[in-house]
Design a protein around this ligand. Structure first.
Ligand SMILES: [Zn+2]
Length: 406
């Protein structure tokens, strides 16, 4: 028994004021229970770190530790309580665990590593015989650790995006560091107030040095940027504009398809995705079908051509060229007399400053898009998020590039 105790003493790497008092091995429960005892003369106050006398010992607590072989391993201890002159009677902190955790730090570190290799909370929970809730708590503490360690290095280009959350029109707003390819934070809803909160999650000195913020043409986002980072240019990038143009082409297709169908013409039926593809991404068969459709001189074909024409905007490098191109393209849209296209063009004209700003910053949408698809995967592998908090935790855990080590 003596050798077993000293063996565990070494394995646990306890500070000198903690001893292994007893090791109990239960074969039927496949469990090792290690009882620890405080042997120090005095103890530090958890609030002010002053060394104080021991008042008494708190009731027994248990912490799950890393398994010993296939045996679940539990640490048991009564934490000493201090009598601090300033703070009164307080329970000392355990060197092996976070304040409110039922797991040791080493165990939590192990869970974090497993989660990083396996995006399913449920899979990790069942592998370690833990509840979904316990794993969720461990993730939350890991994210809190990582967020605290974030530095205040300058961030040059931000991206702010909305993302639907749950069915119905519930949204979250996500702020990305476009150069660092990471999510900075997530808030509920997509209002000005929420976006202000998101921006103020950055340190003031960071916020003052932001050069540009890529946003959708959604007023609350721009309002919040004007308020909290007035020096930054608002940029409406390709990602956001393309989405509107695609939707407009689809609106033209739906209208036209209905009209043709009434006249007994099925040309456009089932062609929705054909109009979303770019020619260079089409297979030979898709290309042939597409060319066939284009010979029909449809309104949808015209709308598609206008959308496709706008792709040339994104390679322009000077503001003058971009301004000239936009005017030229706007005239072509007007001549088409296609209402959905004109509507988007008008909206773009109202936000022209932000669109032209693209030529200055050239922030790409690739980062936001990449993060979005990663978030989509997280969403799919989780069995629905109970709360916004869990959703935020996962986004930051997997896309925040945080240092979550224990
Ligand atoms: Zn104190």
């Amino acid at each position: 028994m003596e050798s077993l105790i000293s063996h565990y003493q070494q394995l646990l790497g306890l500070p000198s004021n903690w001893n292994v008092d007893n090791v109990d091995l239960s074969l039927p429960h496949k469990r090792v229970t290690i009882k620890l005892k405080y042997v120090g003369q005095d103890v530090t106050c958890p609030e002010c770190k002053t060394s104080c006398s021991i008042y008494d010992h708190a009731p027994e607590q248990r912490w799950r530790h890393l398994d010993t072989m296939q045996f679940e391993t539990i640490l048991v201890a009564r934490l000493p309580r201090v009598n601090c002159k300033k703070h009164g009677v307080k329970t000392a902190s355990a060197p092996w665990a976070d304040k409110h955790s039922r797991f040791t730090l080493m165990f939590e570190g192990f869970v974090v590593q497993l989660l990083q290799h396996c995006a399913s909370t449920q899979a990790v929970a069942s592998m370690l015989r833990l509840s979904w809730h316990s794993v969720d708590q461990i993730m939350r503490r890991a994210v809190a650790r990582g967020m605290k360690r974030r530095d205040t290095e300058p961030i040059r280009h931000l991206g702010i995006d909305e993302k639907s959350f749950r069915a119905g029109h519930q949204y979250v707003t996500i702020m990305n560091d476009l150069d660092g390819g990471r999510v900075l934070d997530v808030v509920e809803t997509r209002t000005t107030k929420a976006t202000v909160k998101l921006l103020t999650s950055l340190a003031a000195k960071q916020r003052k040095r932001v050069l540009s913020v890529s946003v959708d043409m959604w007023k609350p986002f721009a309002h919040a940027v004007r308020k909290k980072a007035p020096q930054a240019d608002i940029v409406h990038d390709r990602y956001h504009i393309s989405k509107y143009l695609n939707d407009a082409v689809d609106a033209v297709r739906r209208q036209e398809s209905r009209a043709l169908k009434t006249a007994g013409d099925k040309t456009l039926i089932g062609s929705k995705y054909t109009w979303l593809r770019n020619p260079e991404n089409m297979s030979d068969k898709q290309r042939a079908d597409f060319d066939q459709l284009m010979t029909c001189e449809l309104q949808t074909g015209t709308a598609w051509s206008l959308k496709n024409m706008f792709r040339a905007f994104w390679v322009l490098t000077t503001r003058d060229a971009a301004e000239y191109f936009f005017q030229y393209w706007s005239d072509a849209v007007d001549r088409s007399e296609l209402k959905p296209m004109i509507k988007v063009k008008d909206m773009m004209a109202r936000h022209i400053e932000g669109i032209l700003n693209f030529t200055r910053h050239r922030t790409t949408n690739a980062v936001s898009e990449g993060l979005n698809s990663k978030i989509q995967l997280i969403k799919a592998s989780a069995r629905g998020f109970h709360s916004f908090k869990s959703y935020r935790t996962r986004i930051l855990f997997y896309c925040g590039k945080l240092d979550m080590a224990i």
